[in-house]
Design a protein around this ligand. Structure first.
Ligand SMILES: [Zn+2]
Length: 245
């Protein structure tokens, strides 16, 4: 029962399956790429915070050293004060000690503020790390999704492409050329007649053409409006046949 028009219908069915498989991919790669940008941005934020935290740690560590030095200088000056010869020298040292004390307290205060900042930033960074990990996981999930689909698709596409080749071998070359040309414009190059119309463009068909399509199954008729190949209204794909290909 391999009439020319049935073979074309079967080919169109196989192409429909292939198109669906290719569409399944859809915007997944684009989505994955967008997700990667998000994850990278989240990572940048984490790194930025990390940079500030490092700066503060460096400041605190330096300040700690400076505070020790100031204290040592103060102690030394206090020792010197015992040995001064006159009031002028005594006053000079007193002033210097007062200056050092002010510096010490100024730096201590600054250190306290920075330590508080550090504490806050550590909490903020923990949240940022969590956000980054979530974004990164979503990116990995998307990649895996693509991988899974690709894996299933590869075998299905291979099988369908083989069936396609088989069908092409059964159809006249001139029809294949025309079929492929229609395919560049419409995904569905061969469509059934629906009541009195072409189900591709919905234009009415001449009554005689409908009779011809029904009766001459070895002949190929085209819709005069859209150019698609017309399949008889009762055409149905024989799935068992497709499976056996
Ligand atoms: Zn049409």
């Amino acid at each position: 029962m391999e009439h020319q028009i049935y073979n074309i219908g079967t080919l169109a069915y196989i192409d429909e399956q292939l198109d669906e498989l290719n569409e399944e991919f859809g915007d997944l790669p684009e989505k994955a790429e967008k997700q990667k940008v998000k994850a990278d941005k989240a990572k940048e934020t984490v790194d930025e915070t990390e940079g500030i935290i490092n700066d503060i740690n460096e400041f605190i560590s330096k300040a700690r050293g400076t505070l020790v030095e100031l204290k040592q200088r103060e102690d030394k000056l206090k020792q010197q004060q015992f040995q001064v010869q006159n009031n002028k020298e005594f006053d000079a040292i007193t002033n210097e000690i007062a200056f050092i004390k002010r510096e010490h307290s100024k730096l201590s205060e600054q250190m306290r503020k920075e330590a508080m900042k550090l504490e806050n930033l550590t909490v903020i960074q923990a949240t940022q790390v969590k956000e980054y990990e979530e974004q990164q996981k979503e990116y990995t999930d998307r990649l895996n999704e693509i991988k899974t689909i690709t894996k299933t698709q590869t075998s299905e596409i291979k099988s369908l492409s083989r069936k396609r080749e088989t069908m092409i071998g059964k159809i006249g070359q001139e029809h294949i050329v025309r079929y492929e040309r229609i395919r560049t414009m419409y995904g569905d190059a061969a469509v059934t007649i629906s009541r009195t119309s072409c189900s591709g463009c919905f234009n009415s068909l001449p009554a005689q053409q409908m009779v011809d399509v029904r009766n001459n199954l070895e002949y190929v008729y085209y819709c005069e409006s859209c150019g698609r190949i017309l399949l008889p209204e009762d055409f149905e794909v024989d799935e068992d046949y497709v499976d056996s290909l």
